[in-house]
Write a protein that binds this ligand. Structure first.
Ligand code: F6R
Length: 624
């Protein structure tokens, strides 16, 4: 394993952590390329078992680059995909056939006859035969050399859902409700997600000579902990991989976050007690003992395996007091200072600004700063059809009522209403419908920011090109995205910018937005020799852990009320959102719960008691 991967201690399956998803993608691509080259050099085929999903996108992109730029030859490669939805034609937007061609096969010189993907369109009575043929084809190809896997939040591999039989073969399987929920956004609604899929079995997967399971993002942290550290159980199919002689988990820092060696490394042996690790350990100790910082004693440290910390930095009162001071220093009423400043909040979707840092926007406006908000994407795919229909209807009627010339105004009733009536469930929208959905979110974003006191002339709608695919899957960051961001930063010339620092955004939009901003900042730094201060906030999914927070902005009950009013302006996302993720609470509820949770955590540490708080982390100039 190269320098870029760190081994994780104490797991039941070998695990390696990478600093970024990009490093991880490159690393896996290099392993696969090594096998392909070795086989090519002796005229043999390399047989790969492949997954779809958000996780392997970077791996396929890197393999395509190697083909393009380094001549990596796929003509002798044979592939077997893990699964396909049952009942879905191969050209449907959500079909894994289509996905694999768009993300990988069409970018390399693989022979069509070497590609194998279960056929989701076979008649029910032919499924068993089809599955037996699939197994036979794997056998005929000489078995799978490397099987690449993702993992579902419920521990599924392929579509082997909880309680799949360990020696199961390729078969028709019923999807777990969690899997269907997670796939809902791809199908524009949970109701459109097929209920069944054809999947390789656990037994089929376990016969591969080498298995690499890849996981990215905080939302995979819990299941990776279960799969790699808890007792094997049929409830978590990925634990069945333990029986395999050559299986490795490859993780980014976020997905590895709940493994013991990352979460509580002191419990596994000697550690280097850096300030951040001291802070993490002492806050963890408060959580374990239920005590405030200044009430910890030496015994608490010893009873929780923190002997080394006590010996090197104790006694308890001194190390606890140190952490107390650090935590006090995080509390900041004036996050942009007291002097007049310009700031930009980059909001990946039109509502992330108010959901994640609405209170801080309010505070900065009150402090007299010039607060800009840059909306990076239109967010149009998250608008319900019925909202678009309602608006088209309203505009049509307003035009008619006020006698506005239909020739000059867009023929909304013809276009939008007609397009929506003809729309098949799961089909992408027409341009007219996408436009009206974009305008709905534009108006909401404007109204929300203005509740926080932002001025209309300081709102920027970037509508970055990477997002403009009209579907859930997005393009990678392009030069145009970076140029638009760079130009805005150069024009506004802020002293501070706020960026969504998420790793768990299910569609990856936040991740791509952050990457584009960091690239723009790199260019700015190279051109001007400096850059604004960057504070990272978390999007709608999660808050920073208390030990990570570097700036905590206290919010009063009236700040929270105003913030709620700003979130309410996003009516298209209210009551029920099209893409709520795995959390059933509304966005305003999640925001308030999380802001209260942060202030409760501070209170329990014996720090001042606030009503609510928003947390930020300083960007250190490296990938997330
Ligand atoms: C996909 C597959 C699934 C995914 C898993 C993770 O072919 O078999 O097991 O690997 O659901 O999906 P992502 O990567 O989208 O989180």
């Amino acid at each position: 394993m190269t320098q870029i991967a760190r081994p994780v201690r104490g797991t039941l399956i070998p695990c390696f952590v990478f600093d970024s998803d990009r490093d991880l993608g490159r690393y896996v691509a290099h392993i696969l390329a090594g096998i392909i080259r070795e086989r090519n050099s002796c005229g043999q085929t390399a047989v790969l078992g492949l997954p779809t999903g958000s996780t392997p996108v970077g791996i396929y992109r890197e393999l395509a680059r190697m083909h393009r730029e380094e001549g990596l030859d796929f003509s002798q490669v044979v592939t077997f995909n893990l699964d396909e939805y049952f009942g879905l034609e191969p050209d449907r937007l959500q079909s894994y056939h289509r996905w694999m061609h768009e993300h990988f096969f069409q970018h390399v010189n693989i022979r069509p006859e070497n590609i194998h993907i279960p056929d989701g369109t076979v008649a029910l009575e032919d499924v068993e035969h089809h599955c037996r043929q699939y197994e036979a084809a794997i056998h005929q190809a000489g078995g799978i050399d490397v099987q690449l896997l993702g993992i579902g939040r419920n521990g599924h591999i392929g579509f082997n859902e909880p309680f799949s039989v360990p020696n199961s073969r390729t078969r028709l399987a019923t999807l777990d409700p969690i899997t269907r929920k997670d796939a809902a956004s791809d199908f524009f609604s949970e109701d459109n997600v097929p209920t069944q899929a054809i999947t390789m079995g656990l037994g089929t997967i376990l016969e591969a000579r080498k298995i690499l399971l890849v996981a990215l993002g905080e939302h995979k942290g819990g299941i990776i902990h279960e799969a790699a550290e808890k007792p094997a159980t049929e409830r978590v199919p990925a634990t069945q991989l333990r029986g395999h002689p050559d299986v490795t988990f490859l993780l980014d820092r976020a997905a590895a976050g709940k493994l013991k060696d990352v979460a509580t490394p002191w419990a596994l042996g000697n550690v280097d007690w850096t300030d951040s690790l001291i802070k993490k350990a002492v806050l963890w100790l408060c959580d374990q003992t239920g005590k405030a910082l200044l009430k910890l004693d030496d015994n608490d440290f010893r009873e929780h395996n923190l002997h080394q910390l006590l010996r090197q930095h104790g006694p308890a009162q001194s190390v606890a007091h140190r952490v107390f001071r650090w935590m006090m220093d995080t509390i900041e009423y004036h996050p942009a200072g007291r002097e007049h400043q310009r700031t930009i909040c980059f909001s990946p979707h039109p509502d992330d600004d108010v959901i994640s840092m609405g209170g801080t926007l309010i505070r900065m406006v009150e402090d007299g700063h010039e607060v800009h908000v840059a909306y990076m994407t239109s967010g149009n795919i998250a608008v319900f059809d019925h909202d678009a229909r309602q608006l088209a209807d309203l505009v049509t009627e307003v035009n008619r009522h006020f006698g506005i010339d239909h020739e000059k105004s867009p023929q909304l009733e013809n276009q939008v209403l007609h397009d929506l009536t003809d729309k098949v469930p799961g089909q992408p929208d027409s341009q007219a419908v996408l436009d009206i959905k974009r305008l709905i979110r534009w108006a909401e974003a404007k109204a929300g920011a203005m509740v926080c006191g932002c001025r209309e002339e300081h709102l920027h709608f970037l509508d970055l090109p990477f997002y403009r695919t009209g579907t859930i899957s997005k393009n990678p960051v392009g030069e145009e995205d970076v140029r638009l961001i760079r130009e805005l930063i150069e024009r506004v010339n802020p002293s501070q910018i706020y960026v969504a620092g998420d790793l768990s955004d299910p569609h990856g939009t936040h991740r791509v937005c952050a990457e584009a901003i960091f690239l723009a900042l790199g260019e700015i730094e190279a051109a001007h020799g400096g850059r604004p201060e960057v504070l990272l906030y978390r999007g709608a999914w999660q808050e920073w852990a208390t030990h990570e927070i570097e700036i905590a902005v206290p919010l009063s009950p009236s700040d929270i009320q105003k913030k709620r009013a700003a979130i309410f302006r996003h009516e298209s996302q209210k009551d029920s959102a099209l893409f709520p993720g795995s959390d059933s609470r509304e966005f305003w509820q999640r925001a308030e719960d999380r802001n209260r949770h942060t202030s409760d955590a501070y209170n329990q540490l014996g720090l001042p008691e606030y009503f609510a708080m928003e947390g930020f982390v300083r960007w250190k100039g490296r990938p997330l």
